[in-house]
Design a protein around this ligand. Structure first.
Ligand code: NAD
Ligand code: ZN
Length: 240
């Protein structure tokens, strides 16, 4: 049975990576991009998370992030996030690589965490490049301006078509080169870099477990695909 096999793999691992996407936070009430409920005021999420959208209309993009930050502030980590936090305490070597910007892994207790697409509660000045914690909600001005230089602030998030933050992918690869197991949770596999990270770990010999109620571009490649919501299946395969 797949659940037993997944348990066995997790039991025999010492060095584990967990790669998450929007699906891990779906049960916390945070909409995914490509799932149902992913629309906002007739705009597609993918069309707002771009540098072009921001230069065209920074106020509109900030309004969208303001709405999303409100959703994140009201959300709580779900049983899936909590198990991933327990895993960090159990394994000698462990890393969460998340595409999510919602902060829920950190709030669940994970410290060995790379938020490869950035953080919805961090801003970056487009002039002086200062990166700062930014959780003003509601915004006092839209668009918000840099307290140091008055420049336009933007969310410190990797938008579609943008490069990853310097060094981030190397940190991931460095960890993934020697993992026993990679768990791939709640990602559709439409964004190429996270897919390449998972493929790299598997090519280096890692066992792979996917958790996703639907199929993804990685389903064919993994050892075990558990097709159920993360918050239901993680407590079943984790009995430490
Ligand atoms: P996606 O929206 O493309 O895909 C979500 C995936 O989650 C789907 O495959 C879906 O079947 C699966 N899913 C839905 N409910 C699930 C559940 N309960 N348990 C497990 N899986 C479930 O998301 P993506 O692949 O992460 O790519 C979207 C991009 O958008 C990312 O780069 C991310 O930065 C961003 N994003 C982040 C958040 C967030 O921070 N929570 C939310 C939406 C989008
Ligand atoms: Zn500035």
């Amino acid at each position: 049975m797949k659940i037993e096999k997944a348990k066995e793999i997790l039991k025999n691992s010492k060095n584990v990576a967990v790669l998450t996407g929007a699906g891990i936070s779906a049960e916390s009430g945070i909409p995914t991009f490509r799932g149902e409920g992913g629309y906002w005021r007739n705009y597609r999420s993918e069309d707002l998370a771009t540098p072009e959208a921001f230069s065209r209309d920074p106020q509109l993009v900030w309004s969208w992030y303001e709405m999303r930050r409100g959703v994140c502030l009201n959300a709580q980590p779900n049983p899936g996030h909590k198990i991933i936090a327990e895993m960090e305490n159990y394994y000698p070597e462990f890393l969460v690589i998340t595409q999510n910007v919602d902060g829920l892994h950190a709030r669940a207790g994970n410290k060995k965490l790379l938020q490869i697409h950035g953080d919805i509660f961090t801003s970056r000045c487009t002039d002086c490049m200062t990166i700062e914690h930014f959780d003003e909600h509601p915004l006092s001005t839209n668009p918000p301006l840099c307290p140091s230089c008055g420049g336009l602030l933007r969310p410190h998030i990797v938008w579609f078509g943008e490069a990853y933050f310097p060094g981030m992918i190397d940190k991931c690869l460095n960890f993934l080169k020697s993992v026993d197991t990679i768990c791939i949770i709640g990602t559709s596999g439409q964004v190429s870099v996270p897919v390449q990270l998972a493929e790299y770990a598997i090519s280096q010999g890692a066992k792979s477990i996917e958790i996703n109620p639907s199929t993804s571009t990685l389903t064919e490649l993994v050892d075990i695909a558990l097709q159920a919501p993360a918050g239901e299946i993680l407590p079943k395969i984790w009995d430490k």
